[in-house]
Design a protein around this ligand. Structure first.
Ligand code: PLP
Length: 383
């Protein structure tokens, strides 16, 4: 039996231990803990990586999203359209600004915001569209941006799962007015604690974001606007600066693991593997399959030593916290269908081909065994 964790941050740390330790020690020596040198250095490197003019480091992906909306003066009375199929932080950022989230169901093939349902969600109160590059697959940005421009709307990216991806050759983060990244430890580029960043080409907005994250001050004790304390920590910036040059290689290793899964799961009845849109570079933050007998398969993998996850088990519109939005079960059938049968398999750069083969073989055995019981058979026949 193999033991395969869902993510393995230790393996990556050990591969870069000397450089990371030196970068952290450097900050400790300099004691420039708040907006120190490494913050500016990382921001410059990350903006260059994303092909944008500016990057502004903040304390989380959630803060990056919220501060983008605030920098564009989005608040009470405004509507922001986003994906029904996303992590709660996307929607929290909208409601915490006092704006109203308007959800759009997922495309049944890519699981990202369905551009065909976008125009119907636009009202005179709509200010912006906030697609999410969910699981690491860039959203269908061309139709989204075309519709937005036609209606005079802003477009932002929730790129918290999309670091380094490309859409029609262009980098994620450079596809909209401003993009939010998370550096939560398990993300494709992860800090050793919380962290986030906004990237944009808009100088005025970049300037506002620098004020908003730092108590509204440019010069100490001179407060131009009412701001927040949402700064990126210098130690985290030093870790991120050290890890960034490895990101493309790590994403390539994730894609290799995904290709291994794709090959080995192909043809197993009742297992739907991810579909990647044309001319899109998926960075596989998550490798999500669909299967009708999901809970039993998850249990079987667990018994075989394989950790899995559900992203996400309850859609936002059915969460207690969002009862106020007035949505009902049945409003977003694709998103609800996904919640019922998705399963995230382990994926990270250090996942070996042998490990993928073991996971695939366990799934194969599970499906074969359940096909021998009539109840499971009727389920697999129906898909
Ligand atoms: C992780 C994540 C966030 C929030 O990032 P934090 O750094 O945890 O605040 C937002 N949106 C999506 C889609 C995410 O996956």
């Amino acid at each position: 039996m193999m033991n395969i964790p869902f993510v393995d941050l230790k393996a990556q740390y050990h591969a870069i231990q000397p450089e990371v330790n030196a970068a952290i020690a450097d900050v400790l020596e300099n004691t420039d803990f708040i907006l120190g040198r490494a913050v500016g250095e990382f921001e410059e490197a990350f903006a260059a990586y994303c092909d944008t003019e500016y990057a502004i480091g903040v304390d989380s992906g959630y803060s990056a999203l919220e501060l983008i909306l605030r920098a564009y003066d989005i608040g009470p009375g405004d509507e922001v359209i986003t994906a029904a199929n996303t992590f709660v932080a996307t929607v929290l950022a909208i409601t915490m600004c006092g704006a109203t989230p308007v959800l759009v169901d997922a495309d049944p093939v890519t699981y990202n915001l369905d551009p065909n349902q976008l125009e119907a969600a636009i009202t005179p109160a709509t200010r912006a569209i906030l697609p999410v590059h969910l699981y690491g697959q860039p959203a269908e940005m061309d139709p989204i941006v075309t519709i937005a421009r036609k209606h005079g709307l802003l477009v932002f990216e929730d790129a918290a799962q999309g670091h380094g991806g490309r859409y029609h050759g262009r980098r994620v983060g450079a596809l909209s007015d401003a993009a939010a990244f998370s550096f939560y430890p398990g993300k494709n580029l992860g800090a050793y604690g919380d962290g986030g960043a906004v990237v944009t080409n808009d100088r005025t907005v970049a300037d506002r974001l620098r004020l908003l994250r730092n108590l509204g001050q440019r010069v100490k004790y001179q407060h131009e606007v009412k701001g927040f304390n949402r700064r990126l920590d210098t130690i985290q910036a030093a870790v991120l600066k050290t890890k960034l040059p490895h990101l493309d290689q790590w994403n390539a290793q994730r894609r290799r693991a995904a290709a291994d899964y794709q090959r080995q799961l192909a043809g197993i009845p009742g297992v739907v593997t991810p579909s990647v849109a044309k001319d899109v570079e998926h960075v596989y933050h998550l490798y999500v399959i669909r299967t009708p007998n999901r809970d039993a398969m998850q249990e079987c993998l667990k018994k075989a030593g394989v950790a899995t996850g559900l992203h996400y088990p309850t859609p936002i519109h059915l969460q207690q916290a969002y009862g106020e939005l007035g949505y009902q079960r049945g409003d977003f059938p694709v998103t609800e269908g996904l919640a019922a049968d998705i399963l995230s398999l382990p994926i990270y750069p250090e996942l070996t081909s042998d490990m993928v083969a073991y996971v695939a073989e366990t799934i194969h055995q599970f499906v074969t065994a359940s096909a021998e019981t009539p109840a499971a058979q009727s389920i697999s026949m129906s898909i």
